[in-house]
Each structure stands twice: as C-alpha cells, then as structure tokens.
Design a protein around this ligand. Structure first.
Ligand code: FAD
Length: 534
C-alpha cells in the first residue's frame, strides 16, 4: 500500500478525463471542463467528423443543416459558446404549409395552407374552427400553466419530475387536463413535424422543456405581420450548426475516427478507467493499419447514445445501468436531399426548382404519412438547387435498403405534387415549359435514431432521479439527449451540469486545483500560447 506522502505526490498530476462522443453533449462537456481549467481531457469520436446530429454540408458555397438547425432566444448557453467561437448567425425564414388532398378519382394534389389556419382548424372532421379569441386565450393559458411547473422542467435534467404525477402523462393528455386541448394542432407543428412524435405519444415534460419562453414566443411572434422588423428569431448559423461545433472542437483535444473496443472500470484509486481504443493510422503515420492502445483516465463521461444496445458494445453495464438504459428509445428519422432543376425543353437550360416558401410542412401529421416526407426545405431559394426532405419512419419489418427506396420514392412523388400544384411551387421561369422538371441527382441520405427518450410512465417511475443518482458511480457520468431533452440547448445545459459535477468530485478527491480559464481566452485556442511566445 502506498503511504500518504506517496499518495499525495501522485495527486500532484492533473486529472485525466475521457469523453466518448463529439456531438454537442461531448463537445460542450469538454468546453466547460476547459473553462474550469482541465487540460488533460480527451474526446473520442467514432466518426470522421464532430457534431453528431448537427450535420451540415456545403453545396454551391452555401451551408445546409441536415440535422440540428434552429436556435432561439432560449438558447442562452449555446449562444454564449457561439459568441466565444465567433460563429455568425442569420435569421431563419418563415414557412408556409401545404396539405395533401385527394379528388373523387383519388388523384392527389397539394393545397396551400398557413400555420395559423392549420392551428385554428377544429379537431375532428365536423369541428368548428377555433376563434381568434379562444386561440389567444389558449396561447396565454399554456404559458401560464408552463410557468407553474417550470421548476420541474427547467432544470438541466428532470430529476424531480416524478414528484408531479400530473406532469408525467402524454402531452396531449396534459393539454386536455388544462382545458387547452384545442391547441393540439398548433403544437403539432413544432413537436410532431420536428420529429418528437405525436402529441399522445410524447411525454409532457419534454414538450414543456422545449417550449421555454424564448422558443414559445418566437414560435408565435414569427407568424405575425411586421414582427420580423424587431424580432429576428429563430436563427441559424451561417456556416451551419456542425461548423459552430467544429469551431468549438478546434480548442479541444478531439480524436476522430476512433473505435472504442472496451471500457474497464477498476476499483483502484489511481486512473481507474481503462479504455481500449483503435485509432486510424493517419494519426500515427509511422505505424501501419489501425493502432490499438489502452489509455487510462480518472473520469469517464459517456456522451454517445445512451441506449443499452450501443453501450453494451464496449462496456459491461451494471444491473442498475442496464435496467435504466433499456428504457431509452428513439424514433427513426430520415433526412435526404436532392438537386432539383427545371429544364427548358427548347434551350435545354437548367434552372433551380423554386418552392414558394423556404420551409414547407406537409400534413396530415399522422401514421399515414410515416415513411413519407412531412417537411420540404429550400433554404437558399433561387440560389441553390438543393431540396431537403424530412421523414419519420416506422422501421418495423423493413431493412435499411427498403426504407431508403421507399423514402426516395415518396420524396420524388412529393416533388412532382409540388411541381404540378400552381399554388405550391413558384411557376417555373418564363420561357420554360412546366412539366419538364427532372430530378438531377440524389445528394445526401441520413437515417438517424432521433429523440432518445423515455415514456411518461418511466418518468413517473423516477427514471431521471435514478439516472441522476448513478452519476459518478464508478467514476462514470452520462450526458446527451437521452439524459435531458433532444435539443441542443437542453443538451448543452446538461453537459455543463455534468462538467460542474465532475469538477466538484475531482476537488473532493484532492487533485490540484485547476486555473480557471477566462471566457474570452477560450478562443482562439492559441491566445495563451501566443502570449507566452511574446
Ligand atoms: C433532423 C434533425 C433536426 C434537428 N433540429 C434541431 C434544431 O433545429 N434545434 C435543436 O436544438 N436541435 C435539433 N436537433 C437535435 C440536436 O441535433 C440533438 O439534440 C443533438 O445533436 C444531441 O446531441 P448529443 O451530443 O446528445 O448526441 P449526438 O448529436 O447524437 O452525438 C453523439 C455523438 O457520439 C458519437 N458516438 C456514438 N457512438 C460512439 C462510440 N461508441 N464512441 C465514440 N463516439 C460515439 C456519434 O458519432 C456522435 O457524434 C435536430 C436533430 C435532427 C436529427
């Protein structure tokens, strides 16, 4: 046994922390640990890029967000980080809606609608439209009811939510219980359309966290005339959300293209976490092929998907972990893009296919639209040919190839409906002949497990308080969408909470006190080194 002096000497080294996953959760955890002054933090990412579900591509000099997109005034922590890394923003454009209608012969066409018109339509076929006064009353009633429960939903995790059984129900049931069930259609737009599920499916606390005042009021205000003159929200990152995370990663110790083969959590006091990793040899050009090595750490933060299926590939879970993580489920969401052009049949000249609005939600939002796109996006209008489609999939009994074939066929069909509908696509340019549009080529296809979540019953059963209770056991911490809500700001706030917890735990273990890094010095990462050179 080492004596006390030896122990003390060992503790003079700074602590070593490993983070698995370089999505927003892992990068934010690394960022906040860096702020606390920890320098020996390594982030391991299995892909060759950072950002996770924040994925951006550049096409024709313009950036497109394929995953995480919008930020609102409620994104306090994300905006602070964005300012430090100098990521520019711009105002996201508003959208208009279309619905698919069938005539007597069953021929489909699209009819234009607007978000407020959709929201005001009564529930059920025979229902009367909702009056403006009633709708406004509903908007304020929701805000008031949310305010009353904010201390249960505005925390980084939902650790106390089980104390309010009335909250642990589906969001649809929660609306009904407050006599604002008539607001359902309005919430289908940010909730169902954005991939979080049907209102009778998603647990109320998730939507209540999502609808933080900055987001909620942005949602309503954007639809009102002239509001855009003084309220430029929601916004997007000019170079894309992934690039904002790339900027964060430049100041952190990120290893990409890494396969984590195994994690062992030992009982010993010194460097108890052992990580077997396989790295690409381009990091170590003197070695051939992929290189395997074992690295040791004091703390481990899991910021990759927290499902039992993913974790058991490399870590032997304890029973309490396994029981929790098997409760987490995700939806299958597809984002695919294609280049669409109109071709003038006389001159052969190609022009971009032009939608009438940058974002076009297509409804009904119900099971009949599973596997078919319910949003089409054309961010840069005339300047770009790229169209983006979002579809929720029911993967039951389908393999990856058939899912892709179905989604591409449905996107194709929707494009033709848009093209044939004079109300929906801006008429093709003068001189060109309608009907000669053709798809030029598919550009991207991503199938993601999206919205890692638990059921309302699991929330009532104390899922989040149990998750909170195991944070730090065996020097392991858990963060990411599943630990809070699948939205960047919620994920960043949770990662900050975990970084602070790790910091507190390390202080208790008598590691040397790190020197806190001032905010402005975080980026560019060379600021400190430059000063030393001078
Ligand atoms: C289509 C779509 C639209 C969205 N729109 C918005 C929006 O407008 N606004 C918003 O706030 N949010 C939006 N989101 C949600 C947002 O992108 C996510 O909440 C956020 O990315 C979650 O971050 P995370 O780090 O928890 O997980 P992820 O982003 O999933 O990152 C996890 C990371 O872990 C890595 N990983 C996995 N396994 C391993 C392993 N074994 N070893 C090492 N690394 C591993 C993954 O490759 C990934 O990089 C959207 C998401 C999608 C899919």
């Amino acid at each position: 046994m080492p004596d006390e002096t030896q122990r003390q000497a060992e503790r003079e080294r700074p602590p070593r922390i490993a983070i698995l996953g370089a999505g927003p959760a892992g990068l934010a955890a690394g960022y906040f640990l860096k702020r606390h002054g920890y320098k020996d933090v390594m982030i391991f990412e299995k892909l060759g890029r950072v950002g996770g579900l924040c994925k951006s591509v550049t096409d024709g000099y313009m950036a497109f967000d394929l995953g995480g997109t919008y930020i609102t005034p409620a994104y306090h922590e994300t905006l602070k980080i964005a300012r430090v890394v100098r990521a520019e923003r711009y105002r996201g454009k508003s959208y208009e809606m279309v619905k698919v209608v069938k005539d007597d012969q069953g021929k489909k066409s699209l009819k234009r609608d607007d978000a407020w018109g959709y929201a005001r339509r009564g529930l059920g076929d025979q229902a009367e439209p909702i009056g403006i006064v009633q709708l406004v009353r509903g908007v304020f009633a929701f805000w008031w009811q949310r305010r009353k429960v904010r201390r249960y939903v505005d925390t980084p995790s939902f650790e106390r939510v089980h104390e309010r059984k009335d909250l642990c129900v589906s969001f649809g049931a929660w609306l009904d219980s407050h006599d604002i069930g008539f607001m359902r259609r309005l919430f289908e737009i940010p909730v169902t359309m954005m991939g979080y599920g049907f209102l009778d499916e998603v647990a109320a606390p998730y939507v209540l966290k999502y609808m933080a005042p900055g987001t909620y009021w942005s949602m309503f205000l954007r639809g009102l005339p002239f509001v855009g003159l003084f309220w430029a929200w929601p916004q997007r990152f000019r170079e894309g959300f992934q690039r904002m995370w790339e900027r964060v990663s430049w100041g952190l110790n990120v290893r990409m293209d890494v396969r984590v083969l195994g994690v062992r959590r030992q009982e010993r006091r010194e460097l108890p976490i052992e990580l077997d990793v396989e790295t690409a040899d381009h990091l170590y050009p003197h070695e051939e092929g992929r290189t395997r090595r074992t690295l040791c750490f004091d703390k481990l933060i899991l910021a990759c998907p927290l499902t039992r299926e993913v974790l058991e590939q490399f870590i032997a879970l304890r029973d309490d972990e396994a029981v929790l993580f098997e409760r987490i489920h995700a939806h299958t969401y597809v984002q695919n893009t294609l280049h669409a052009v109109t071709v003038d049949s006389t001159t052969g000249e190609e022009k971009p296919f032009k939608l009438f609005a940058p974002v076009v939600p297509v409804f009904p939002f119900d099971e009949t639209t599973f596997g078919k796109p319910w949003v089409v996006v054309q961010v840069w209008g005339n300047q770009s040919r790229l169209l983006q489609f979002y579809s929720r999939i029911d993967p039951e009994g389908k393999d990856a190839r058939s899912i892709r074939t179905d989604v591409e066929a449905a996107s194709h069909e929707l494009l033709h409906l848009l093209k044939d509908s004079d109300t929906c696509a801006t008429p093709v340019e003068a001189g060109s002949i309608p009907g000669h549009e053709r798809l030029q080529r598919w550009s991207t296809y991503d199938r993601w497990p999206y919205f890692s979540h638990v059921s309302a019953e699991d929330m009532a059963g104390g899922f989040f308080s149990r998750l909170d209770a195991i944070q730090s056991i065996q020097n392991t911490y858990y963060t990411g969408g599943a630990a809070t809500f699948e939205m960047v700001e919620a994920v960043v706030r949770h990662a900050k909470y975990i970084a602070e917890k790790v910091h507190r735990d390390l202080r208790k273990e008598a590691f040397p006190k790190p020197r806190r890094v001032p905010f402005g010095m975080l980026h560019p990462p060379y600021a400190e080194a430059e000063r030393l050179v001078e």
